[in-house]
Design a protein around this ligand. Structure first.
Ligand code: SDX
Length: 430
């Protein structure tokens, strides 16, 4: 929606730039004509003040600690819905009716098996390969096994590829885990719901009956809801940029998995738990707080801070409650890691440095404690994040592909390298 114009004057030139406002949140200045009319680029390497696209999917108010999926508060979706309902909402924009939900669940359930030859694909990895390395590779490899749904110009193929990824990434994630511990792969079961099936594929063994704990399954499902989408974060922006070239959907999602792996992003849940283990006891917290504040020390409190949230990450609050639920269900009293985490949070939130820089716990701060208690090794934490975020990446990719004004993303630069110079034969170089 237009909100008038702004004028930009520099170097004796004045140009008018359109201002657009959205449903909520900051308005934007359309700088597309800037280079043509003023011969200049904008400069914002970390995209701290740059909107890369228009989207209707997720809204974040970092100052208020608000997160909405298609307008619905994350707290209500996590409380009342399930993950596949959130998948439907993110993909199609509305909560499903009962019949739409039943049909969606049925379709996802019947895409959970992977091509049998993918089991041989896994055999090429060392057993100690990081599960994220296996997931990046195996999601990309889906385009080799499901070549019949890679034509992005065909809405039917786009829908099939989307359903295949939502359904098969949990199977690949479970296979990556089983492979890393030397246990046989467990086939998906159509009689289980999405998240119970995932727990079954991870923790069942062929030699005995496995019944997923419904409290843990509900907690896992809620964790998936919390991680499903998050506006234009680094991995989602990676998926959009990869998709803007027309790359097939499996390759685009594999690019998102790769980006998420970084410790500043989705890898923070694994890093946060390792940090809590390194701290070990509440008595050692002050020295780590001091390190986090020391400009000469690269150490950061993992699971703290956020580019957008300058208030408490609403997901972290729900995550903290889920942590207590899971520990209670498992009869884990006085978990030392939880004790350190809660004391670390208490100290950090009363420390001037963290208050002034508006550093609060983010979703990765508590998730590791919960996932470890559920039996997952730390190396699987980011895999679980990627599993949940797959639907968000797909929804954002779908929105971009279906945007008639979509074009390949191709940023420019500020060049500070050498001016033009002639070649020097090697004999004349000193
Ligand atoms: C996710 O974008 C998303 O939406 C991501 C995500 C999603 O759902 O997709 O929410 C998931 O990635 C959550 C974030 C997980 N990462 C971590 O927990 C890693 C630790 N956090 C930091 O690396 C950092 O806070 C970031 C990367 C999350 C945000 O970095 P920014 O916005 O670029 O902030 P910054 O690095 O410019 O920091 C601002 C200041 C700096 O001090 P000054 O240079 O201004 O003096 O705050 C300091 C930083 O040194 N700071 C920290 C800190 N985070 C920032 N100091 C100590 N510990 C920290 N964790």
């Amino acid at each position: 929606m237009s909100a008038g114009t702004g004028t930009f004057s520099i170097g004796g030139k004045t140009i008018e730039l359109a201002v657009r406002e959205g449903t909520m949140g900051p308005s934007v200045v359309d700088i597309a004509p800037l280079y043509k009319n003023a011969g200049m680029f904008t400069y914002d390497p970390g995209f701290t003040s740059t909107a890369s696209c228009e989207s209707k999917i997720t809204y974040i108010d970092g100052e208020q600690g608000v997160l909405l999926y298609r307008g619905y508060p994350i707290e209500q979706l996590a409380e009342h819905g399930d993950f596949l309902e959130t998948c439907y909402l993110l993909l199609y924009g509305e909560l499903p009716t009962a019949s739409q939900k039943a049909d969606f669940d049925y379709r996802v359930t019947r895409h959970t098996m992977v091509h049998e030859q993918m089991t041989r694909f896994f055999q090429g990895f060392r057993r100690d390969a990081h599960p994220m390395a296996i997931l990046v590779a195996s999601v990309g490899a889906l385009s080799a096994f499901y070549h019949d749904s890679t034509d992005i110009s065909d809405p039917q193929q786009r829908m099939i590829a989307s359903m295949r990824m939502i359904a098969k990434v949990p199977t690949l994630a479970a296979m990556a885990y089983k492979y890393s511990i030397g246990q046989p792969f467990m086939y998906p079961r159509n009689d289980l719901d999405y998240t119970s099936n995932f727990l079954h594929m991870c923790f069942a063994v062929p030699c005995e009956e496995y019944k997923p704990n419904p409290v843990l399954a509900r907690a896992m499902d809620r964790i998936f809801i919390l991680h499903a989408d998050h506006e234009q974060n680094a991995s989602t922006s990676t998926v959009r940029l990869a998709g803007s070239s027309g790359a097939n959907p499996f390759a685009c999602i594999a690019a998102g998995v790769a980006c998420l792996w970084g410790p500043a992003h989705g890898g923070a849940n694994e890093a946060a738990l390792k940090m809590l283990e390194e701290i070990g006891t509440p008595e050692r917290i002050p020295q780590f707080i001091a390190r986090a504040k020391d400009k000469n020390d690269p150490f950061r409190l993992m699971g703290f801070g956020h580019r957008v949230y300058k208030n408490y990450d609403p997901r972290a609050k729900i995550m903290q409650r889920t942590t207590h639920e899971v520990l209670n269900e498992l009869g884990i009293k006085d978990d030392p890691l939880l004790e350190v985490a809660m004391e670390l949070e208490r100290i950090a939130l009363s420390d001037e440095y963290f208050i002034e820089k508006k550093l609060y716990p983010n979703i990765d701060f508590y998730s590791g404690i919960t996932l470890k208690a559920m039996g997952f090794p730390t190396s699987m934490f980011t895999v679980l994040f990627a599993l949940a975020r797959t639907v968000g990446w797909i929804a954002q990719w779908k929105e971009m592909i279906e945007d008639p004004s979509q074009k390949i993303g191709r940023p420019r630069q500020l060049y500070t390298g050498s001016p033009r110079r002639d070649y020097v034969p090697i004999a004349q170089r000193s």
